[in-house]
Design a protein around this ligand. Structure first.
Ligand code: NAP
Length: 513
């Protein structure tokens, strides 16, 4: 696992002062420095310029944030759910009014093109709207009792302080998937965002502050995952950890939560595939594969990193795909004409280049286009890569391991059955897609794909906020985010029995002789 330092963000000495008024932690309703911590730089991946400096928080900072959240929990959990929903509605309004500003800041700090960062903020807006509505629902169940004069119901209870650890690829959407359902359920939170995207989370938290979230309900601590993240994870005052990131780190987080009996939701990596059958609408399949593989420079957990194509249309698809990929306009995401921005940091760039070498020299796959840095023009500076397409076979490392960059591999198959078998043949199980006009194959694909998300005649990317999001196998640990499924992460069920018989009634015993 690479650290922030190794990936290109530079740490500055402990105790050094932040150069920006905005670069503070948010603890107990105040923007505060880390008195004893160091700091790290937020770098623009398109220009390599330093945007700002943020605190590298210590265990004491995390402790203060958790204590503030714990203190606020006692009153926040008693605020009527509809009132909590109204605050989320205000958050939504603030985000709508700042959408363009936040999107630009996000493009500047993580590289994806403006059209996509606007989509990222829109996802946060939609999520706020969705969970604001939950303020008038948050349904439990009422049911019958096996005994007379007895009433049964189950209700959702808040859990306490939620520690939220998030990645950089959706820096508004993913924190909002965690913060908003956590709040509507009556929890308080401490957010530790990715070190590559500190400004986006600061803006999200400022929107919450502006909307009137009471002090201590939402806290933000910056710093390295291996230190600040770990302090949060191991803090005894935290009841639940919700993590999105790599499977390597997720597995460590799951183990730590297991030892301390913390509830833990993990959303992790993917090696997603799009199947193109011989009867597919090839224009549509082609467009879907280009968007799925190279949107966000391939840095989506749902990215199409494998395209499985039926042999009857393989040659035709390959030629047209490679031709289209060569024409992708790479550049600074702030420019309207750009189709693909840089990768997020130097470490990620090096990791992708390493996989290109593995593909060429160890796997002996055929590199059909791309896979190099730019040596001249506007992309010579910054972490830009030419989008890469390999032709390979299913067991190759480039077809098995998550690369998380603008690289995809084409795999040829002879039949529908083989296509499904190849699609399932990885350690991950996040998203899968099939392009076909055959309704029987569609239904079999829905049944047989080992994925948490299945698309028919659509790319592997493009989740909507009211649908459950997550995966099987090494992608997740059984939870789902978004929609009503996220409420199961952020609340505990309580079963309530009200006996109004005035006598002792014994379940299972008094009902039968
Ligand atoms: P990552 O390296 O696993 O980091 C994710 C978060 O964990 C960051 O905030 C990171 O902090 C923190 N962290 C790192 N080490 C930690 C530790 N030992 N203890 C506690 N926290 C720690 O992942 P990433 O590079 O940011 O994101 C890319 C990965 O996320 C990919 O594998 C992608 O598939 C996955 N992802 C999954 C989903 C999904 O829903 N399934 C969605 C998006 C992304 P620093 O930033 O300071 O290192």
């Amino acid at each position: 696992m690479t650290t922030v330092l190794e990936r290109g963000n530079k740490m500055t000495p402990k105790g050094s002062k932040s150069t920006s008024h905005g670069a503070f932690n948010f603890i107990a309703g105040k923007w505060v420095r880390s008195p004893k911590g160091g700091s790290f730089e937020n770098i623009n991946p398109a220009t390599e310029e330093v945007i700002d400096v943020y605190p590298d928080s210590t265990a004491e900072d995390v402790d203060q944030a958790v204590k503030a959240a714990r203190k606020a929990f006692d009153s926040w959990r008693k605020v009527p759910v509809a009132k909590r929903g109204e605050i989320l509605l205000k958050v939504m309004q603030v985000l709508v009014s700042q959408k363009e500003e936040i999107a630009k800041a996000m493009t500047r700090e993580m590289g994806k093109i403006l059209r996509e960062t606007r989509g990222d903020v829109q996802e946060a807006i939609d999520t706020a709207f969705y969970y604001a509505g939950e303020g008038r629902r948050l349904f439990g169940q009422t049911t019958t009792s096996e005994l007379p004069d007895k009433f049964s119901m189950s209700i959702r209870m808040p859990m306490g302080v939620c520690g939220l650890i998030t990645p950089w690829n959706f820096p508004a959407a993913i924190p909002s998937w965690k913060v908003f359902p956590a709040l509507i359920c009556g929890n308080t939170v401490v957010l530790k965002p990715a070190s590559d995207t500190p400004e986006s989370s600061m803006r999200l938290v400022k929107a919450l502050e502006e909307a009137g979230v009471p002090s201590g309900v939402v806290n933000l601590v910056y710093g390295r995952g291996s230190t600040t993240g770990k302090y949060l994870l191991e803090h005894p005052g935290v009841s639940l950890i919700s993590f999105t990131g790599s499977s390597d780190i997720g597995s460590q987080i799951g183990a730590s939560c297991g030892k301390s009996f913390k509830k833990c939701s993990l959303e992790m990596g993917g090696k997603n595939a799009q199947i193109v059958m011989e009867d597919a609408d090839l224009d549509l399949a082609l467009e879907g594969a280009v968007w799925g593989a190279f949107g966000t420079s391939g840095q989506r957990c749902t990215a199409t990193s494998r395209v499985i194509v039926h042999e009857k249309v393989f040659k035709q698809f390959e030629e047209r795909f490679v031709d289209r990929v060569k024409k992708i306009k790479v550049g600074n995401g702030l420019k309207d004409t750009t189709e693909m921005g840089p990768v997020v940091n130097k470490g990620q760039l090096e990791k992708v280049l390493e996989y290109i070498e593995i593909g060429k020299n160890k796997d002996k796959a055929r590199l059909l286009t791309g896979g190099e840095r730019y040596t001249e023009g506007e992309c010579a500076k910054g972490y830009f890569l030419k989008p890469a397409v390999f032709e390979g076979t299913p067991k190759m490392r480039i077809a098995q391991e998550e690369i998380f960059g603008p690289v995809t591999v084409l795999l040829k198959v002879k039949s529908f059955e083989e296509a499904i078998q190849v699609l399932n043949d990885t350690a991950f199980g996040l998203s899968g897609s099939i392009y076909t006009r055959d309704v029987n194959r569609v239904m079999r694909a829905i049944r047989d794909m080992e994925t948490g998300i299945t698309y028919i005649n659509a790319p592997t990317i493009g989740a909507e906020v009211h649908m459950p999001f997550g995966g099987v196998k090494q992608t997740g640990n059984g939870h789902r985010e978004a929609g009503t499924a996220a409420l199961d992460i952020f609340s505990d069920w309580k079963a309530v029995y009200v006996d109004y018989s005035g006598t002792l009634q014994r379940a299972q015993i008094d009902t039968h002789d």
